[in-house]
Design a protein around this ligand. Sequence first.
Ligand SMILES: C[S@@+](CC[C@H](N)C(=O)[O-])C[C@H]1O[C@@H](n2cnc3c(N)ncnc32)[C@H](O)[C@@H]1O
Length: 217
Amino acid sequence: MLNTTLMFRLRTVLDFYQMSIRTKEIDGYLDDVQGYLLALMAEQGPGVGEIVEIGSFKGRSTCWLAHGTKIAGREHVTAIDPFTGSPEHQPGMSCADMDLAAQGSTLPIFRQNVRKMDLDLHVAPIVATSEDAAKDWSRPIRLLFIDGDHSYDGVKRDFELWSRHVVAGGLIAFHDVGHWDGVTRFYREFMATNNSYEEVLDLFGLAVVEKKRLADS
Ligand SMILES: C[S@@+](CC[C@H](N)C(=O)[O-])C[C@H]1O[C@@H](n2cnc3c(N)ncnc32)[C@H](O)[C@@H]1O
């Protein structure tokens, strides 16, 4: 009989492989390794509170997060997006999106993708900008994923509005560090000046920080 550690590692590889195949059907901006890192943090990350995603598009990252939290029977994912795309997704721009041009929203495709992955019970969308959604938010967050407006001011605003709800010991993940100027500039400045967060990883454009507990700072 195989030992428990080997069984666990084999299952991890299998889970990664199967999810990589399934999420390939979802158009989006996250690669498989980044997706699996999100899933692992959703499954096993520290703290108690919701998982909040800013910038869901058609649901690729949402499904990785929801897959992880579903395995562990933990909190659902709140997916915040007006579903009208960023400036770069509009017609004639660098990442122009045909579904968005045709339907004016990625929400129908987002819902369809989440349903197809059998994750509806683990995802609660909020159709609003992060600024508007933040006005009514008061619940604790254990994992915050920032992947909305990629401008410097946009990332800074999302961090300032939402990080206050992250529990001590909780995690914040930033997407596209090193790939988008605004995100990279904000993240580098933030890491150089803050003393309340510690970097956990900065890999493949996904940077993750942990909010220090009072005793740590
Ligand atoms: C790069 S895409 C997100 C990609 C997605 N996480 C994935 O896995 O494919 C950025 C998304 O941010 C959304 N967005 C832009 N500005 C926003 C804002 N102020 N608040 C929330 N979402 C925003 C856009 O509508 C778009 O769907």
